[in-house]
Write a protein that binds this ligand. Structure first.
Ligand code: C2E
Ligand code: MG
Ligand code: MG
Length: 740
């Protein structure tokens, strides 16, 4: 209900006083005096009209004022210097609708307040009514002031009061209930939010407020937290997260490192929003802890750059590190060596002991290499059995050599892997920067080239890159391609070298030795392409072709003549030797007893169950097994225990100068007596002179092979050779008859 409106404002700017403005009614009189009286009456009438007009104006002005203050959205009240009501608008009456019957011009605000307090309109006054009223009135007469007042119906009113020039009071009332509710929900949203949030002063970063999640996340009490500044949280001195102009995306992309109360570091993505907090420019920070994500990312990055098996840097990372070092080198006078270390015969360990053991061995090798290097040196895994080592500092060639020796020694110690004791050798190729290359790729390539060379020439040692290796490597690649073609087109052919029984002087058989008739280079000896065939895997096809041809040829020789075929250890590792041999025998019709397989010590050295089983199976077929190049390995004798060989071929290095060399004689003598003891045929390789032959006869050697009797010859000549032998039978010394 609309309150009683004041019709005669006591005080109003610019408005005339209403009191005493009532017009006086004139009394009629006659005569001269009457005339004057009449004039006075007229004058009074005139004045009255003026007053009435003035009153009408004032009323109009008042009404306009009332209309004006009524449309204000705030409640407004005018009080005089005693705190009595003069004027108020509709909104004011609406806000205090419970008290509106108490509003009357001249009534005192404090009486209205007292009634309200007595009725319990102001919950904050409960229990301390008098004190509350005194405070309220004290505020009323302050020059200006602002406070919030809660009403018992749940509303909150913002009160603003100011003294006017004549000691009166203008009061404004705004219903801020909704605002308060919104603030409250914001508080709840902030306080109860599971996302850690901090409000900071925009200027200086002082923490103005934190929510529970933030307090817990950082491990501070809220009170302690609110003593800090954002800078205290940052792990590194840096701008606060809201500094600078950043788009939301940019902000999301940036991450921050903060320190928690316990000193642990966390990674954060921080989203910030500007706001005003207690009249101060502030920033609301929402914090996303991305420590786990970062960790996962770092792990992925690590995996991308490291070898999963050994944890060592991968080739990619190594390249980066080498290039970094090269850049440093260009600035200073540093030198650098790049070593590529290849494990010898790793594949056979993998094949025979299984991949699990192979993996463990690689891990062990990686660890040993790492343990020998200095912190600033780098070791990486390049591929299955190759590691690279970057020696920094002032590495000179002699330092690289010293390091290589230490690395090789370390690898040479046996590895104990579960129940297996595994011994493996290694070979190293070295490239020196900047002489041998000024980028990572080139250095690695050249070190690798030095390794290939060392592998074929001085396995188990190290070798430096030399200019010209590149050209050699290229020619090697060319040989590889041509060899592939030659094998495919069946160009390779065996030549045969006879084996002579020294007791009878008769040919007991022939050793098949592969020959490559090259259109430009003539007959290429096996030493030039067997190692390449072994490295590239072409040896399987080559070996199969030789076996097939040798069996085919021998099948047409006289029944008592055998054929010996050389087998590469790699063929055994491929695991199909038995079926290969059976196929060749079947196709050619050659009886197994006429086939001999020559294997080298390296094969027996592996002592793998699979290789031994294959050898036994071959023997069970009737195939004879010879140990080739006996004496060149370093523990040849022990190999004889691992398999019952049919024949031992003494390497030609022992036969050379046999006549003059007493030690060589002693060795041959003991091998011969060993052979007799074991029931094994002893064959001397590379016999070139009659003197050597005499010695061998004197020592009781069973069999011989060499240029003295014949060079290896094409199959076409074999039948003729055998015929000549038959013709010469019973004639002079077989040796003489055989010289090519
Ligand atoms: P090897 O099995 O020890 O063969 C004997 C080598 O000594 C042959 O060399 C032969 O020509 C040579 N030789 C024979 N008598 C004399 C002599 O009186 N003086 C000298 N200085 N040398 C003599 P070749 O044919 O060059 O073969 C070299 C090696 O290549 C062979 O050594 C063998 O290990 C390998 N090889 C040859 N053919 C094959 C094959 O078909 N398969 C495999 N896996 N290896 C083969
Ligand atoms: Mg041989
Ligand atoms: Mg040999």
């Amino acid at each position: 209900m609309r309150p009683v409106r004041p019709t005669k404002p006591k005080k109003l700017n610019g408005a005339p006083r209403a009191r005493g403005s009532r017009p006086v009614k004139p009394t009629p009189k006659l005569g001269h005096r009457n005339l004057r009286a009449a004039a006075a009456v007229d004058e009074i009438a005139g004045k009255r009209a003026e007053w009435e007009a003035a009153i009408a104006d004032a009323k109009k002005a008042h009404d306009r004022l009332m209309e004006a203050i009524d449309i204000l959205p705030e409640g407004i009240v005018f009080l005089d210097s005693d705190g009595r009501y003069i004027l108020w608008n509709k909104k004011y009456a609406e806000i205090y609708n419970r008290s509106s019957d108490l509003f009357a011009p001249g009534a005192r605000l404090q009486d209205t307040i007292r009634v309200g307090v007595a009725r319990g309109d102001y919950p904050e006054a409960a229990g301390r009514e008098d004190a509350w009223i005194a405070e309220r009135l004290d505020r009323l007469f302050q020059p200006s002031g602002r406070h919030e007042q809660r009403l018992s119906d749940g509303r909150t009113i913002l009160i603003e009061e100011r003294l006017t020039g004549d000691g009166g009071i203008i009061g404004l009332r705004v219903d801020i209930t909704e605002l308060k509710q919104r603030e409250e929900s914001f508080r709840l949203l902030f306080d109860g939010n599971p996302v850690p949030m901090i409000v900071c002063a925009k200027d200086g970063g002082r923490v103005l407020g934190v929510n529970e999640a933030a307090a817990q996340h950082y491990g501070y009490s809220r009170a302690a937290f609110e003593q800090l500044s954002i800078r205290n949280l940052q792990a590194y001195e840096s701008e606060p997260p809201w500094a600078g102009q950043q788009s939301d995306e940019e902000q999301a992309a940036r991450t921050w490192k903060h320190v928690r109360a316990d000193g642990t570091l966390i990674d954060l993505a921080i989203y910030s929003r500007h706001l005003v907090h207690n009249d101060e420019p502030a920033v609301l920070l929402a914090l996303m802890d991305i420590t786990e994500r970062k960790r996962a990312e770092a792990r992925l990055a690590f995996l991308a750059q490291h070898d999963a098996l050994t944890g060592l840097p991968s080739r990619n990372l190594l390249r980066q590190k080498i290039d970094d070092k090269l850049t440093q080198m260009r600035r200073g006078s540093e030198k650098m060596a790049v070593l590529v270390l290849g494990l010898d015969n790793f594949k056979s360990i993998n094949d025979t002991l299984g991949h699990a053991v192979g993996d463990r061995l690689l891990r062990g090798v990686g660890k040993r290499l790492r343990s020998i290097l200095r912190q600033e040196d780098v070791v990486a895994r390049l591929n299955s059995d190759e590691f690279a080592i970057v020696q920094g500092g002032q590495a000179r060639p002699e330092d690289a050599a010293q390091l290589s020796r230490r690395l090789l020694e370390a690898i040479a110690d046996p590895f104990l892997l579960d129940t297996n004791t595994v011994t493996i050798g290694a070979t190293i190729g070295i490239a020196m920067a900047p002489n041998d290359g000024d980028d990572a790729e080139k250095l690695l390539k050249n070190a690798d080239m030095a390794l290939s060379r060392a592998k074929t020439e001085t396995r188990g040692t190290f070798s430096y890159f030399e200019s010209g290796m590149d050209a050699r490597a290229q020619s090697r690649r060319r040989v590889e391609m041509e060899l592939r073609d030659a094998i495919q087109n069946d160009v390779l052919q065996p030549h045969y070298q006879p084996l002579i029984d020294l007791a009878t002087g008769r040919i007991t058989g022939f050793e098949a030795l592969v020959r490559w008739p090259h259109p430009e280079r003539g007959m290429i000896p096996p030493s030039e392409f067997i190692p390449i065939a072994e490295e590239t895997g072409l040896i399987s096809a080559l070996g199969r072709a030789m076996l097939r041809q040798a069996c085919g040829h021998a099948a047409r020789w006289p029944d008592e003549v055998r054929v010996a075929v050389n087998m590469s250890p790699l063929q055994f590792r491929a695991g199909n030797v038995l079926s290969l041999v059976m196929d060749a025998l079947k196709q050619s019709g050659l009886p197994a007893s006429r086939l001999e397989l020559e294997i080298t010590e390296t094969l027996v050295l592996e002592k793998s169950g699979q290789v031994l089983a294959t050898l036994h199976a071959l023997r069970a077929l009737g195939v004879r097994i010879s140990m080739d190049d006996f004496g060149t390995g370093y523990s040849s004798l022990s190999y004889l225990r691992s398999f019952p060989f049919d024949k031992i071929k003494v390497d030609q290095s022992f036969i050379r100068d046999l006549a003059a060399n007493r030690e060589a004689q002693a060795i041959v003598r003991s091998i011969v007596s060993l052979g007799k003891g074991l029931g094994v045929t002893i064959t001397a390789e590379g016999v070139e002179t009659e003197a050597e032959l005499r010695c061998l006869r004197a020592e009781g050697c069973h069999e011989a092979q060499g240029y003295l009797f014949s060079r290896p010859r094409p199959n076409a000549e074999i039948i003729g050779l055998l015929q000549a032998q038959r013709d010469a039978a019973g004639g002079s010394s077989p040796g003489n008859a055989m010289v090519a």
